[in-house]
Design a protein. Structure first.
Length: 199
């Protein structure tokens, strides 16, 4: 019996190594397409004025892919007032969701983990403007670099004033403690979309 167990053990160990090296069968673009479909269906059923919450980095825009710059401030370069703000590659599927939400009369809120500075706000607004996207409410992290679960706390406070219909982000902190619909987008480390929306 032990003479069979050793070769079987070696076989399964080898099989595990081979399978472990395989690429995921889930494609991030395919999951993003699926997310767009589910989000649009969800938004189409919400009452007008419902809040849709978005994250910024790796949700609406890819901060690792700069496609250009826009300049802010005065034209006087000598005094260092003019700053180059990066324009990031939009994540088209989720930008489509935001545009659909706006056209459906939803209230768009952005909550980012970036520090709450003028530069952060300028970069975000430049990217929204460049993609002709509308934003009603903006929040950044006052406690940067610490997170302190600030997104969940903020959403809880916001939801007292205006009902949240959907929250979308690439990190669990973008959707945790949600008692409303949520979509956790795929990442390079975990290429699967998770959601409270069924399908």
């Amino acid at each position: 019996m032990s003479s069979i167990a050793l070769p079987l053990g070696v076989f399964f160990a080898g099989l595990f190594l081979i399978v472990g090296k395989e690429e995921s069968l889930v494609s991030i673009p395919g999951e993003l397409d699926r997310a767009r479909t589910l989000c649009v269906e969800c938004i189409s059923k919400l009452p007008k004025g419902s809040m849709i919450v978005f994250d910024f980095d790796d949700t609406l825009f890819d901060p690792n892919t700069i496609i250009g710059h826009v300049y802010s401030g005065g034209r006087d370069f000598a005094h260092g007032e003019r700053k180059a703000l990066p324009l990031y590659r939009p994540i088209v599927q989720i930008c489509d969701v935001l545009k659909y939400a706006v056209s459906s009369g939803m209230y768009i809120t952005l909550i980012t983990a970036r520090p709450n500075t003028n530069v952060t706000k300028s970069i975000i607004m430049a990217n929204f403007s460049n993609n002709k996207m509308k934003l009603h409410e903006y929040h950044a992290n006052d406690h940067y670099p610490k997170l302190r679960n600030f997104k969940a706390v903020l959403r809880k406070g916001i939801s007292i004033v205006r009902p949240i219909g959907l929250t979308i982000g690439d990190q669990w902190t973008d959707v945790n403690e949600a008692n409303y619909h949520w979509v956790k987008l795929p990442t390079q480390k975990d290429p699967v979309m998770y959601t409270s929306l069924t399908k």
